[in-house]
Write a protein that binds this ligand. Structure first.
Ligand code: ZN
Length: 115
C-alpha cells in the first residue's frame, strides 16, 4: 500500500500517512470500527431497558472501548450503565421484598396449623 499524496510505502491498515498526514485507504475499515464501538454502547443502552445484566455488561464494554479509543458514545454507554445499575438495584430490592413477603405469608399461613 502506497500513499496517494506523497507515494511513500505505508504499513497495511494505516489510516493516515505518517509522512504527509493525508488520510489514505482503509477509511471504510476505520468507519466500520467506529460503528462497531458505537453499536456496542447503543446495544448496551437499549438492552439496559429490557435486560439489566446484559445491558450493564454491554454498556461497560462499550464505555471502555469508547474511553480507550477516544470515540463518541461514551455518554450513551455511561447512561446505559446507570440505567442498568438502577434497574438491577430496584430488581434486587423488590425481589428481596417479594421473598420476605412470601416467607412471611408462608409463616402466617402455616403457623396456626402447627399449633
Ligand atoms: Zn503521504
Amino acid at each position: 500500500m502506497f500513499c496517494k499524496n506523497c507515494g511513500k510505502e505505508l504499513a497495511d491498515g494505516c489510516a493516515i500517512c505518517p509522512y504527509c498526514g493525508t488520510q489514505v485507504g482503509d477509511i471504510e475499515y476505520s468507519g466500520k470500527k467506529n460503528d462497531e464501538l458505537c453499536t456496542m454502547a447503543l446495544v448496551g443502552f437499549i438492552l439496559s431497558f429490557f435486560m439489566s445484566v446484559a445491558g450493564l455488561v454491554c454498556s461497560i464494554i462499550g464505555y471502555k472501548k469508547c474511553r480507550n479509543e477516544g470515540l463518541p458514545g461514551k455518554s450513551l454507554a455511561l447512561a446505559g450503565i446507570i440505567i442498568s445499575a438502577v434497574e438491577l438495584g430496584v430488581t434486587l430490592i423488590f425481589g428481596g421484598i417479594g421473598v420476605i413477603l412470601f416467607c412471611t405469608q408462608f409463616f402466617w399461613l402455616y403457623m396456626p396449623i402447627m399449633y
